[in-house]
Design a protein around this ligand. Structure first.
Ligand code: Z5A
Length: 206
């Protein structure tokens, strides 16, 4: 099974992805985008830490897709092939949300390039942790050293959030949306409930 966590920054998806991986133990691997492979770590640095070099919206899109192509080939497909549950912190839907809704790259462009990058791999279950932009900013404030995406205007992040909500509405079979203002424990319970309904078995606790 291939499970993805999505949301704006500060939504708590990395925390929930980590908790889920630890609850599932050796049956699961936890991975993320961008930056889960050797090549990807270089791409992540280019994407998030480039200050002096301007990166066009299309170049940015292609870099996220290059990271994904390597990630699918090197990490995700081999793990799925060996019957692991793959938990991924961001995947294709992040590109639709950030590069299409956020930057204005046409969706059909991202979908067709994305198809080539992933070989058509799609998550079985995607969980959106939905949080207001203000609440997300408040959670990451104080972390220091905002990266290139974090410094985008508030309207950019609002468009990203809208994009996610529209994707959930358009494909409710794959997506589940959780209101992410709740505390970590309550969110973890909700994640467990969603996944049990999809047939994932848990031991004690998440
Ligand atoms: N990006 C893109 O544009 N296109 C793409 O295709 C892809 C990505 C794949 C990657 O940033 C950036 O790349 C991202 C999208 C873009 N940029 N933005 N903006 P990243 O990998 O550095 O980080 P991130 O994925 O955006 O999120 P994050 O910083 O890791 O945050 P999070 O996963 O949403 O939340 P968290 O780390 O679990 O929690 C954040 C803080 O809140 C932390 O202090 C927690 O302790 C706290 N927290 C967590 N849960 C709660 C609850 N329930 N209550 C209160 N506080 C909480």
């Amino acid at each position: 099974m291939f499970i993805t966590f999505e949301g704006i920054e500060g939504s708590g998806k990395s925390t929930q992805a980590r908790r889920l991986a630890s609850a599932l133990g050796g049956r699961a691997i936890l991975t993320r985008e961008p930056g889960a492979t050797g090549l990807g770590r270089g791409i992540r640095t280019l994407l998030l830490e480039s200050r002096e070099t301007a990166i066009s919206a299309m170049a940015e899109t292609l870099l996220f897709l290059a990271d994904r192509a390597q990630h699918v080939n090197e990490v995700i497909r081999p793990a799925l092939k060996s019957k692991m549950i793959v938990i991924c912190d961001r995947f294709t839907d992040s590109t639709i949300a950030y590069q299409c809704y956020g930057r204005g790259i046409p969706r059909r462009t991202v979908e067709s390039l994305g198809e080539a990058a992933t070989g058509g791999l799609r998550p079985d279950v995607s969980i959106l942790l939905d949080l207001s932009v203000d609440a997300g900013f408040a959670r990451i404030r104080g972390r220091g050293g905002a990266d290139r995406m974090e410094t985008e205007a508030r309207e950019f992040h609002e468009r990203v959030r809208t994009g996610y909500r529209e994707m959930v509405a358009a494909d409710p079979d794959r997506w589940s949306m959780i209101e992410a203002e709740k505390d970590v424990e309550a969110l973890a319970e909700r994640v467990r409930w969603i996944l049990e309904k999809k047939g994932v078995r848990f031991g004690s606790g998440l």
